[in-house]
Design a protein around this ligand. Structure first.
Ligand code: FAD
Length: 306
């Protein structure tokens, strides 16, 4: 990237109230996989107003950008990112009005679930252990134990990339599917969301959160860096079962390994590179195709070199 372009960006950012600017920031620090090279610029706005101002500036200057939440569903490239990464985790306000909870896009699902429990509102508890933000979760319609986040959505306030307008959209307008939606940093960038919950009993909600957390601890490789399930669930089956049936548990390329505990996860056993992970994904897809005639689709987003 041209340095003059960043100079203009930094000039424009002076009017932001509060925005951390990191240069040549190692993306390993922003990925639950602990993988990735440096980003030219990583910005952490501390409010929706600053987030919006950054978006408008980045579009006006035509700078390549990528929005990230907690980096728990992305594999960053080993060469990093030539452009501006905008991370949302510094604005995380959650509030309630009656049975409706409003959350800024950088709020974690854990924070939303805890807040809902405090307000004796039920619905969020099964999403408690997903280590993502509201923005990342709505972008891929995250779900667990029978709840998808789209089930709870009442409305979403977004920045429309095409028209550069802020709009409020209903669930029906966002085209949710299994691990997919119209929210993405190429179309509708989420600013905040409203979730319609039901009145519930706070101690029963807490019990359900604890049960879900315990199920995760028992079945998932929580002590290794990962991006959760690598593959989407194929129709009428489970990716983990097919991978295990192909004899791939423990299969390793470099420091990337098909988890011994849950074959649907690839874990970073030390210093895995994105290249190791991509090669292992391709190997798993090939072997499962051979043994079960199923092509596993990736659930995680793999960032190309740029
Ligand atoms: C141990 C572990 C367990 C997991 N378990 C589950 C599970 O049970 N169920 C499940 O569904 N997932 C699971 N995941 C995957 C992941 O946590 C979820 O997909 C999560 O919702 C991603 O949120 P994030 O903030 O980390 O998003 P990121 O990984 O930072 O981003 C994901 C995508 O969302 C986009 N995005 C982020 N914020 C915005 C925004 N404001 N507007 C527009 N686009 C945006 C990004 O550009 C990117 O394309 C797990 C991951 C791990 C590591």
């Amino acid at each position: 990237m041209e340095h003059s372009c960043y100079a203009e960006l930094f000039g424009a950012l002076k009017s932001c109230q509060n925005c951390e600017i990191l240069l040549n920031e190692n993306l390993q620090n922003h990925s639950t996989f602990h993988i990735g090279g440096p980003a030219d610029v990583l910005l952490l706005p501390a409010s929706i107003a600053d987030f919006l101002q950054i978006l408008q500036t980045v579009f006006a200057l035509n700078i390549p950008y990528k929005i990230i939440g907690n980096g728990s569903n992305i594999l960053f490239h080993d060469a990093g990112f030539r452009g501006v990464m905008i991370k949302t985790t510094a604005f995380t306000r959650v509030s309630a009005s009656g049975h409706v909870i409003q959350a800024e896009c950088g709020a974690s699902l854990a924070k939303c679930a805890r807040y809902a429990k405090e307000m004796s509102l039920t619905g969020f508890e099964r999403l408690f252990g997903i280590p993502g933000t509201v923005g990342g979760a709505l972008a891929m319609n995250a779900g667990a134990f029978g709840t998808e986040i789209a089930d709870l959505l009442y409305s979403a306030t977004v920045f429309d990339v095409k028209t550069q307008e802020v709009k409020k959209l209903s669930r029906e307008e966002l085209d949710f599917g299994y691990r997919s939606s119209a929210i993405s940093d190429r179309d509708y960038i989420l600013l905040c969301a409203e979730f319609a919950l039901e009145p519930g009993d706070s101690s029963a909600i807490l019990d359900e959160m604890n049960i879900c957390a315990e199920k995760r601890r028992r079945s998932q490789p929580c002590n290794f860096p990962s991006a959760g399930s690598i593959f989407k669930r194929p129709p009428n089956d489970y990716a983990g079962r097919l991978i295990e049936a192909a004899g791939l548990k423990g299969m390793r390329i470099g420091d990337a390994e098909v988890s011994e505990k849950h074959a649907g996860f690839i874990v970073n056993c030390g210093h895995a590179s994105a290249k190791d992970v991509c090669e292992l994904i391709a190997l798993v897809q090939e072997r499962v195709r051979e043994t079960s005639d199923v092509l596993l689709a990736c659930e995680i987003e793999i960032l190309a070199e740029r």
